[in-house]
Design a protein around this ligand. Sequence first.
Ligand code: ATP
Ligand code: MG
Length: 487
Amino acid sequence: MFARYKKPSGSTPAKKETPAKSAKPANAAAPAARVGTTAPNTSLRRPLPASSAKAAPQDRERKRKERLGEIKLDLHRALLDNLNLSALDTATESDLRAEISAIAAEVLEERSIVLNREERSTLTQELYDEVRGLGPLETLLKDDTVNDILVNGPHQIFIERDGKLELSDVTFKDEKHLLRIIDKIVSAVGRRVDESNPYVDARLLDGSRFNAMVPPVAVDGSLVSIRKFKKDKLGIDDLVSFGAFSEEMAAYLQAAVACRLNVIVSGGTGSGKTTTLNALSSFIDNAERILTIEDTAELQLQQIHVGRMESRPPNVEGKGEVSARDCLKNALRMRPDRIIVGETRGEEVIDMLQAMNTGHDGSMTTIHANNPRDGISRLENMVAMAGIEMPLKAVRSQIASAVNLIVQASRLQDGSRRMTSITEITGMEGEVISMQEIFRFQRVGLTPENKIIGHFTATGVRSNYSERFRLWGYDLPASIYEPVRPE
Ligand SMILES: Nc1ncnc2c1ncn2[C@@H]1O[C@H](COP(=O)(O)OP(=O)(O)OP(=O)(O)O)[C@@H](O)[C@H]1O
Ligand SMILES: [Mg+2]
């Protein structure tokens, strides 16, 4: 049996781990949950919403899971002892599954453990995921409703669904197990993570963005963050139908992108910046040559003429780095019509502003900021950090002439993602950059379920670019600039 994938005789059996029972849970030292004192309900403040994390599973269910977890660990050891790991890469899925269930059946019989059919098939699937895939993460990666996976040590995995974080019932056996999966991911892309190199960025095979930080820098066990890659990125129509922005805003943005305004998408972490940038890019004409520069290639442009670049961190010897700035400088020699930088976070800001100012108009990027005004300050700070000795006024006027539009993406407190502002940069007034907001999301209240009530509205200010839009064939009706009247 297991002839094909069984280890050749004489090979060293896998090192036995400490028996599960004696293994101390990695979070054993974690402080017990704090018990808050209940304040008398006399204040005007709304009561805090109940935690969105699911309640701990029932005791019996938990015990059963623990038992299954231990059986799985035993079986996994048996698999490692019995499988010829080097032959696994070439094994077909069905062969490997057959092999795994045969080994599982044998071990279960040896230990007189009886499982029902469903348990047996879950077990085989989990073992398969351990051997071929990314263990417990595999089910979450396959679940299309999950956007983000956030691991806080082996026993706590949060997921983001519909904009809300919830505690999943998936766990790793222990820190060692978690580290093994992290190692599997990073070694597949030729990286290493250990005490001397405690954090790493990588990309999963399916394109998902992956970041891990391991102990001792990560105090209670390894921290992993995964932004799932969506095969079908949300398009303009999807975003309008999800209520991310209005039809009028979409029409304005179409004109802005098509008429080659330089656009910055500003927003907090996970607010939908990349999604917005990707959707905006759909308004670029097919005849244009677009170059994209990203730290992790996430954009999926639909045009035919696209050159994609991905910056590279230094390798373990500290060599071979190719920064976003390097890519950007090189891109300027590659005759681009437009340059799209996934995120501007450092010294590449100088080259980005220069590109926007010198004939590569229609360029786009994203920055981390909570509102358009902050976005401008971020740009100023980045210029200062890049070590450019320039008076503030000169920096500001560079920014004012480079950037035409700031689109603000926000994740609101109910988890919904909305474009909360579209703001034009109109120039300089003395030392200050002047701006005018054209559209915004107007909040009006909160439902009893804590859902935000609000609507998109124009501010009543007509775009500075309306003449340009008209000349380029995008004659937007004056009505789109009229504010929505409250009912
Ligand atoms: N309007 C929307 N409605 C529903 N889901 C959205 C919306 N916008 C973005 N998302 C989803 O939210 C997640 C985060 O989006 P995205 O990657 O665009 O954010 P980001 O601001 O670029 O994040 P980061 O700061 O980590 O780069 C993605 O899974 C995306 O599919
Ligand atoms: Mg992003």
